[in-house]
Write a protein that binds this ligand. Structure first.
Ligand code: NAP
Ligand code: GDD
Length: 355
């Protein structure tokens, strides 16, 4: 039985990866931080299963800022594969806590790689690199493994360090280490302050009468959004190859935040009509003129990544990986999940009742 260690196991990707690896027959170990209230909501369903919790899935307290803890855990667990998903992963927040972001999202990766090297552990290492490395310059799209990096936030710069230290430990010490350069991937488990989940929750909350309108920042930013569940397999495939390389995973499509908003409301039969420009741009319900979306400059970032559009042909060719969920299916899945959670009905039930 192979053993995997996942940092960031409580996050969106960590939870899907845990399910995936357990299904493949792995023994899975995850590092969790101590919180005043539980942070394991996304994996509780697995851990609470008596066949799995403390039999196939083990949780250990730890933190990417604590080297001695990481050294001890590696020695104790002896994993065959390490997936480094832990990070202060919010781009906007990284402008507020740049030093902390560098400690966790940047130096945290070095701590893990150095723990592997010092322990002489024969294990494979996956680093959660990001399309934020590219900086989103229109002239570089579609971005692939050869596109120059130009990070635009403390988060992006910290991830740039992690990218290169992963390459460096591969080249210097022969560590089987891969960077997965992943474009945005979302799901019903996405953190609530990322734009997609903020939008899909707002659709359900507005219908439930719990929220008046949705306030957003840059409506014109373009992202290559896929489904997180599809991307997990790509991470695993990278570590199953004969040699370690770096790969882009993406959908090869790009859409604006505005398009995401329109399609999310469209799922519940609301058509958005836009009026005004810039900070005065507003989205109204075409049927009755109700204000549903506006712009609040507090969500603008000091520097913006304007356009992410991935080219994952290398992963398609060498890993045989491709996304399975379309943009529209992703939006439907997220709105449906938030409708069930907030309103207590599925999209289908809601549309039937409001025919
Ligand atoms: P997420 O939901 O924000 O999860 C982040 C995880 O990191 C959480 O489990 C969090 O634990 C943990 N963490 C934060 N600080 C830590 C620390 N100091 N020590 C140990 N653990 C810590 O992120 P995600 O969306 O799953 O993304 C996973 C990784 O992929 C991240 O590294 C992210 O930067 C990268 N990435 C994500 C995307 C995307 O679109 N989702 C795209 C490219 C790259 P708590 O629960 O305790 O907070
Ligand atoms: N969060 C947020 N909130 N973003 C907004 C809002 C808002 O109210 N309004 C507009 N946006 C725009 C942001 O300015 C950005 O251009 C885009 O929506 C996406 O923002 P996020 O969903 O916060 O994601 P991100 O692209 O900045 O970062 C995510 O993807 C990266 C991969 O490209 C994170 O998951 C990163 O960890 C990941 O590396």
């Amino acid at each position: 039985m192979k053993k995997a260690l996942i940092t960031g196991i409580t996050g969106q990707d960590g939870s899907y990866l845990t399910e995936f690896l357990l299904n493949k027959g792995y023994e899975v170990h995850g590092i969790i931080r101590r919180h005043s209230i539980s942070s394991t909501e996304r994996i509780d369903h697995l851990f609470d299963n008596s066949e799995i919790g403390n039999k196939k899935l083990f949780l250990h307290y730890g933190d990417l800022t604590d080297s001695s803890n990481l050294n001890r855990l590696l020695e104790k667990i002896g994993p065959d594969e390490i997936y480094n998903l832990a990070a202060q992963s919010h781009v906007a927040v990284s402008f507020e806590v740049p030093e902390y972001t560098a400690e966790v999202t940047g130096i945290g990766t070095l701590r893990l790689l150095d723990a592997i090297k010092e322990s002489n552990l024969n294990c494979k290492f996956y680093q959660a690199s990001t399309s934020e490395l590219f900086g989103g310059l229109a002239e570089t799209a579609p971005q692939n493994e050869n596109t120059p990096f130009y990070p635009k936030s403390p988060y992006g710069v910290a991830k740039l360090y992690s990218y290169w230290i992963t390459v460096n430990y591969r080249e210097s010490y022969n560590v089987f280490a891969c960077n997965g350069i992943l474009f945005n991937h979302e799901s019903p488990r996405r953190g609530e302050s990322f734009v997609t989940r903020k939008i899909t929750m707002a659709v359900a909350s507005i219908l439930a009468g719990k929220q008046d309108k949705l306030s957003l920042g840059n409506l014109e930013a373009k992202r290559d959004w896929g489904f997180a569940g599809d991307y997990i397999k790509g991470m695993w495939l990278m570590l199953q190859q004969d040699k370690p390389y770096d790969y882009v995973l993406s959908t090869n499509e790009t859409h604006t935040v505005k398009e995401f908003v329109e399609l999310a409301f469209k799922q519940v039969d609301i058509n958005i009509e836009w009026k005004g420009v810039g900070v005065d741009e507003k989205g109204y319900d075409k049927k009755n003129g109700t204000l549903l979306v506006d712009v609040n400059p507090k969500y603008f970032r000091p520097a913006e990544v304007e356009l992410l559009h991935g080219d994952c042909s290398k992963a398609e060719k060498e890993l045989g990986w491709r996304r399975e969920t379309s943009f529209l299916q992703l939006i439907y899945m997220m709105v449906d999940s938030d409708m069930r959670e907030i309103l207590g009905v599925s999209i289908e039930e809601y549309l039937y009742k409001n025919k």
